[in-house]
Design a protein around this ligand. Structure first.
Ligand SMILES: NC(=O)C1=CN([C@@H]2O[C@H](COP(=O)(O)OP(=O)(O)OC[C@H]3O[C@@H](n4cnc5c(N)ncnc54)[C@H](O)[C@@H]3O)[C@@H](O)[C@H]2O)C=CC1
Ligand SMILES: CC(=O)N[C@@H]1[C@@H](OP(=O)(O)OP(=O)(O)OC[C@H]2O[C@@H](n3ccc(=O)[nH]c3=O)[C@H](O)[C@@H]2O)O[C@H](C(=O)O)[C@@H](O)[C@@H]1O
Length: 454
């Protein structure tokens, strides 16, 4: 147990008037530690820094810690973040450290936003969160509040995190608070989202934890705070949002396969169907990637005992979509008297989404792998990442047109590709657009759009 408990008022279990607690939060009387300073953690630490003036960020990566302490920002493509980090560090409101236990000893509010992983056999792996929970426990004091923002398989706070915090700290369950407060942000707009694009959901392990979390996030967000019954409900809210998106995307990707048989533009049909207020079908694409949506189904499928055949099928459909794109290309090459094996194919984009430097579960990489497995020579170009670990030769997007390509697949809708000079690509190259962003008139050749047909 730390000495710091004597130094400041408790937050969890406080009997001070709520207005005094809110004022104390704003004046930095409840120091905050944010564990994990990645794409989500740094924006969260920033918003806590703006609200309290007293944040310590914790990360295992020394280069991340050094960068932040220099007032610099390692997270790219987040509008306003570099300026906000520089200002906070300059003002002494934000600093970073690799010493998690020391940061925990000095903090009253602990915010955990490290990755939740999935193992090679698709089981949820919460080991990073539990490792951080151990660090927090070693510095935990009576009156502290622990807020978990990393997405978790439902029941993890109740069955894993709470017992672990109690055991490792030696404190009783009613000495400290624990709440699950899911992060509902999206890369590219994280700062704005944390500040309040969506309502903030909080669910505590007991009523006092929910009250304390509601108070904290009420001061942080410009939106409203929705308290739910318990940590498991809050965990389920976040996972359900992801499941909805994965199933909806599977529907869109399956509908796109009707394109040729119906001879319609499936996107036109979806967009028109969505004008009816009860219909909200997403758009087809090359598949579903990123370190969130493709993983959350396994927080249910390989975690709960109740069968979930719909979720499993949606995963299968989405996972099969990159191979479907390659199948479309094969058909088009066949029409040009060419075979896939032996063809040279350029894949534009490697990240899972335009503008985000993240390649985990990227369908673009699955497309490269499938092409290489089928005997094609593969070149890949991405303005944000290189092709390390991908069976493709990386080429700068300014030079990509010099490749004598039989085919080009636009796999990621990076805005840099909008200004690509297509004149140098061979006129005969087959072009497949998985996002419906290429303008056939501008690039001067036929484009086969996934979901639109010929
Ligand atoms: N990226 C997204 O779009 C969203 C992510 N989330 C949730 O947030 C979690 C984190 O996501 P990102 O910030 O995007 O991940 P990230 O990979 O960008 O950053 C994670 C950070 O945690 C650090 N870290 C790893 N182990 C640590 C440890 N033991 N102690 C301290 N720091 C440690 C890493 O060095 C890294 O800087 C996700 O796993 C997910 O559960 C929620 C909503 C959106
Ligand atoms: C609905 C929504 O905006 N969900 C976010 C999602 O963020 P993420 O960065 O994974 O982006 P996403 O827009 O869901 O895209 C996931 C994948 O789906 C694909 N995609 C997306 C929308 C669409 O109509 N068609 C499509 O094919 C994308 O290309 C990408 O490969 O997952 C985040 C998370 O849960 O961690 C969540 O916080 C974010 O709000």
């Amino acid at each position: 147990m730390s000495e710091r408990a004597e130094l400041s008022q408790p937050l969890y279990g406080s009997d001070r008037p709520e207005s005094a607690q809110r004022e104390a939060f704003g004046s930095g009387e409840f120091p905050v530690a944010v564990y994990g300073l990645g794409k989500m953690g740094l924006p969260i630490a920033t918003v806590f820094g703006e609200a309290t003036g007293a944040v310590t960020g914790v990360d295992v990566d020394e280069s991340v810690v050094d960068t932040i302490n220099d007032g610099d920002c390692h997270v790219t493509n987040e509008p306003g973040l570099p300026e906000a980090v520089a200002d906070l560090v300059d003002a002494g409101s934000l600093s970073a450290t690799t010493d998690a236990v020391r940061a925990a000893e000095q903090a009253r509010i602990h915010v955990v936003i490290v990755p939740t992983l999935v193992t090679e056999d698709d089981r949820p792996d919460t080991s990073v969160v539990t490792s951080v929970a151990r660090d927090v426990a070693r510095g935990l004091s009576p009156g502290d509040l622990v807020c978990i923002e990393s997405t978790l398989p439902p029941r993890t706070c109740r069955d894993v995190v709470a017992p672990l915090l109690r055991y490792e700290s030696g404190l009783d369950g009613d000495d400290f608070g624990l709440a699950f407060c899911p992060e509902r942000t999206k890369s590219g707009r994280a700062l704005a989202d944390v500040r309040g694009t969506h309502p903030k959901v909080v669910g505590g392990i007991d009523a006092e934890s929910t009250r304390a979390a509601e108070l904290v996030y009420g001061e942080l967000t410009t939106n409203r705070v929705i308290p739910v019954s318990d940590t498991t409900t809050a965990e389920a809210v976040k996972v359900f949002e992801g499941l909805y998106r994965d199933v909806n995307l599977a529907l869109a990707n399956e509908l796109a396969r009707f394109t040729d048989e119906l001879d319609i533009d499936v996107r036109e049909a979806i967009e028109t169907a969505n004008t009816q207020p009860y219909c909200d079908i997403h758009m087809p694409g090359p598949g579903v990637g990123g370190h969130c949506i493709p993983y959350y189904p396994y927080f249910v499928l390989n975690w709960l005992e109740t069968p979930a055949p719909l979720l499993a099928t949606a995963r299968e459909v989405n996972d099969a979509t990159p191979a479907h794109v390659v199948g479309l290309l094969e058909g088009k090459l066949d029409g040009h008297g060419k075979t896939l094996g032996g063809s040279t194919v350029v894949v534009l984009g490697l990240t899972y989404r335009g503008g985000v430097a993240e390649t985990r579960a990227s369908p673009a990489i699955d497309i490269c792998r499938t092409l290489a497995d089928r005997g094609a020579t593969v070149y890949a170009s991405d303005p944000l990442v290189d092709a390390e670990g991908v069976p493709a030769t990386w080429v700068h997007h300014d030079e990509v047109g010099q490749i004598d390509a039989d085919a080009v697949i636009l796999a990621t809708d990076h805005e840099e590709f909008e200004s690509l000079d297509w004149r140098s690509f061979p006129r005969s190259s087959v072009v497949i657009d998985t996002h419906d962003v290429l303008d056939a008139d501008r690039i001067g050749r036929d484009v086969y759009v996934v979901g639109r047909g010929d």
